[in-house]
Write a protein that binds this ligand. Structure first.
Ligand code: BMA
Length: 822
């Protein structure tokens, strides 16, 4: 292989001068690095920068080829990702025109390479110009937060703007480029299939080879390495164009999602050998696991539940969007940190949302390693597509490339056709057009499932998210399939509305929160630190049903006191986000038999902004991330209360064995003994939830209610493992007393710990350091009167050294008591 990654030259069409460009990378990444462009994330620079995408750009480089390369049977130029409208030239010969960033392009350059210096040139054409032209010819329906016509180009939709992302349709050579050198043959593809029975895994390795020689003695060698590094099996077979090699693995170690067991990974290597020479090789993760979606009729409708190795689990995860609006800034290290945060926060799955791009292979390797089941959308979202023969051929190639690339990952759970289109056709006021609606069905209910059946027959396919299985039959219904719920936020319904819903799988819902001051500081000028300032509004992309900042204030004033300043506003919106996610997740988990999954909207951001993300662009956790972490813990409890005074304590567990727990529910009144209390012992069945207590609350007048809250906790072996509180009134009406929070910072066992003590009930105690970036063991928690909690600094993420003194100096402590108080 000859890599062509590295330093290239680039220029903007029409300019004479060339500058340095990096491959893989993008135009914006290069211009930024070369100081030729303003940072689009800062202030109001975005629009100016967007206009750079009206230009065409050229990338070129030379590379040396040795005489011996010319002796290869074939040399193939491989472009793993060109974004998007590109013409590729080798030594002056046009190799082809490309039009899909999601595809890998291969060009036979055997005849074109020469010994000595060769030149590759990639011309990139303006996506914006193209789209505008196409849109004018064929206007098609799409969402309003993005540039019209985004469905005319196979490029991540959200690059044209989304309700959390800027309009920055960057372009570039965003994935690797290399010359593949082929001697006599190559492995074209490998598909691992498995059957688990008794104490054995039957692994079938389906191999497709390209063989260019008649040569005898070409062999395929499969080696399976066990998680402990030992060789579990080795098998050799005569090479054929298409072949299946069966391998038996006795007593396989299973792959489990995070929280249920080990992520045992075998490695499978497949080599094509000629004599003693290895001429082609592929190597991949292999995990033995049986994953299916249990769709079983029951008294409510039909379940939609992840079932792994025979266990029905509660899917705990979030939606994932591209990690940067400028793709050249993405890296494996960033992805590792984000996904590790997901694991630490007790997720067992993640949904790759269809409006972005298919992530890099390392994303799936990390999911394999960390135990995150991937719900993989095909890259279609919120748009009407006009299916032409050309588009069909383009999509067929895209599907094949990506299915082949991803299908062996044990973490890959299911394929899903698109985001929100089935429901959109019914409920979003799309101009009805028979041909286009038929195209929808053809694409997502005939073609794509057929491609999945061809290339990945063992994987579950779901036509759309949300859906009840397709055919425009009740795609947004509550009683089967998956559901997106936006009545809270877009629909302005009260948070409590979610507790009246029992979705079978809650694949989208969420609430925005403003990121921390540290994050805003990077992109907002100091004199713009106000929610309504132009720069802040520029960093709020939700314009429908809003605008977003108004929606934030709408909910804020319904639930909390008016914050006294900007920092208090940030804290309060983070409380809102935390409150809603806590309520939704815990409500669903309390009804596991009926509700089997939650992937809230959204875990990450593509740039520094106000959004639904719980982890911001710089990787900083909003308060909600801590609350999600607690709410996704294997065991927990929750108290539901309705307007008629019924209160119910639920307990849930994702343990694989029965759990003996004790519970306590108390109706607390500030300054008084508990009004009422219930304690008990309880054995909770594996993977289930149950009601522990049901109360009719005593009638309390509204003034007394302002001092009352329900406190719940569960303990295992005498240690409290989960607790929480539910106010009887909105926090704004609650008569918070000054908790006189005290903190003591010290170092113990090499870790910095902060002991926080409250004299009165303190709600959503929020810790933050002014400058340093750290991850705490917990945050946004409550303290009962007199209670102390020890919080450790789990991780230091900023470069500076952190010691007890820095923490003492930098620590900021919030609680609900402070909202609205000077
Ligand atoms: C859903 C998603 C996204 C969107 C989010 C918030 O519609 O699929 O398209 O960003 O809600 O509005």
């Amino acid at each position: 292989m000859i890599t062509l990654n590295g330093t290239w030259q680039m220029n903007c069409k029409g300019e004479d001068s060339w500058q340095e460009g990096q491959v893989p990378g993008t135009v914006y990444t290069d211009l930024l690095r070369n100081g030729q462009m303003k940072d689009p994330y800062v202030g109001e620079n975005e629009d100016e920068v967007r206009d750079l995408s009206y230009n065409d750009y050229t990338y070129r480089r030379t590379f040396e080829v040795e005489e011996k390369t010319l002796q290869n049977t074939k040399n193939v130029l491989v472009c793993e990702g060109l974004d998007t409208l590109a013409d590729v030239y080798l030594n002056g010969t046009h190799m082809g025109s490309c039009e899909n960033m999601h595809r890998t392009y291969r060009f036979d350059v055997t005849e074109l390479l020469k010994a000595g210096t060769n030149e590759i040139v990639v011309e990139l054409h303006s996506p914006l110009k193209y789209m505008e032209e196409q849109y004018e010819k064929r206007p098609l329906w799409g969402v309003s937060s993005t540039v019209p016509g985004y469905q005319h180009i196979r490029k991540a939709h959200c690059m044209f703007g989304w309700d959390w992302g800027p309009k920055l349709p960057d372009l570039g050579i965003w994935r690797s480029v290399y010359i593949e050198e082929i001697q006599n043959g190559r492995i074209e593809s490998v598909y691992l299939r498995q059957k688990l029975s008794g104490n054995e895994a039957c692994l079938t390795v389906e191999v497709e080879n390209e063989i260019f020689t008649e040569a005898e003695g070409m062999r395929v060698v499969c080696i399976v390495t066990a998680p402990d590094g030992s060789v579990a099996a080795e098998k050799t077979a005569e090479a054929e164009k298409k072949q299946s090699i069966s391998i038996s693995i006795p007593n396989p170690k299973f792959w489990w999602p995070n929280g249920y067991g080990e992520q045992n990974l075998y490695r499978v290597s497949v080599e094509l050998r000629m004599g003693d020479t290895m001429i082609s090789k592929q190597e991949m993760n292999c995990g033995f696991r049986d994953f299916r979606i249990a769709r079983e009729k029951d008294r409510w409708g039909e379940s939609f539940c992840f079932c792994i190795n025979g266990k029905k689990i509660f899917a705990r995860g979030a939606n994932y969007i591209p990690e940067d609006s400028i793709l050249g800034k993405c890296s494996k290290e960033r992805t590792r940190q984000l996904l590790t945060d997901c694991k630490t926060s007790n997720y067992n799955c993640i949904r790759v949302w269809g409006g972005g791009h298919y992530p890099d292979t390392y994303f799936y390797d990390l999911c394999d390693e960390l135990g995150l089941v991937v719900w993989e959308d095909f890259m279609f979202a919120c748009a009407v597509y006009d299916l032409t023969d050309e588009l069909e051929a383009n999509l067929a190639a895209e599907a094949k490339d990506n299915i082949l690339r991803l299908r062996n990952h044990p973490s890959l759970g299911l394929w899903c056709g698109n985001n929100e289109m089935e429901g959109a056709w019914l409920y979003w006021g799309i101009p009805q057009d028979e041909k286009l609606r038929q195209d929808y069905t053809t694409m997502f209910e005939r073609l794509i499932p057929q491609w999945v059946r061809t290339y990945d027959p063992d994987r579950f396919y779901w036509p759309s998210s949300p859906s009840a299985g397709g055919g425009f039959i009740d795609p947004c219904g509550e009683n089967s399939g998956d559901t997106h719920y936006w009545d809270v936020w877009h629909g302005k319904k009260p948070f409590e509305d979610v507790e009246t819903k029992y979705f079978r799988f809650f694949s989208e819902y969420g609430f925005e929160g403003i990121p921390s001051r540290k994050t805003l500081r990077e992109v907002i000028a100091p004199d713009q630190f106000n929610l309504a300032s132009p720069e802040m509004e520029k960093h709020q992309k939700c314009i429908d049903n809003g605008p977003g900042n108004v929606t934030l204030m709408f909910y804020l004033l319904k639930r909390y006191l008016h914050p006294q300043n900007f920092d208090a506003t940030i804290y309060t919106t983070q409380c809102l986000q935390a409150d809603f996610l806590e309520m939704a997740i815990r409500h669903l988990r309390s009804h596991k038999e009926r509700c089997a999954g939650s992937t809230y909207w959204q875990v990450n951001d593509t740039y520094p902004t106000i959004s639904w993300a719980t982890i911001d662009y710089y990787g900083r956790w909003k308060g909600a991330q801590y609350v999600v972490k607690r709410s996704y813990a294997p065991q927990g409890a929750y108290v539901e209360a309705d307007e008629w005074g019924k209160a119910e304590l639920y307990v849930y567990s994702e343990a694989l064995k029965p759990e003996k727990l004790t519970y306590r529910l108390a109706l607390m009144e500030q300054g008084q003994e508990p009004v009422r209390e219930a304690c008990g012992e309880f054995t909770l069945e594996p993977l289930s939830s149950a009601k522990a207590v049901e109360w009719q609350l005593p009638e309390l007048d509204q003034f007394r209610r302002r001092d009352c809250y329900l406190h719940y906790e569960i303990a295992k072996d005498g240690i409290v493992i989960d607790s929480g509180n539910r106010l009887l009134e909105m926090p704004k009406a609650f008569r918070f007393r000054d908790p006189k929070l005290e903190t003591k910072v010290e170092e113990k066992n090499g870790k910095i710990q902060i002991t926080v003590t409250a004299q009165e009930f303190a709600r959503r105690v929020g810790l933050e350091l002014k400058e340093a970036d750290v991850i705490f063991s917990d945050n946004f928690f409550d303290l009962l009167p007199g209670e102390s909690r020890v919080i450790t600094v789990e991780e230091v993420r900023s470069a500076e050294h952190i010691d007890v003194k820095t923490v003492e100096e930098e620590l900021i402590v919030w609680s609900n008591y402070q909202i609205g108080r000077e």
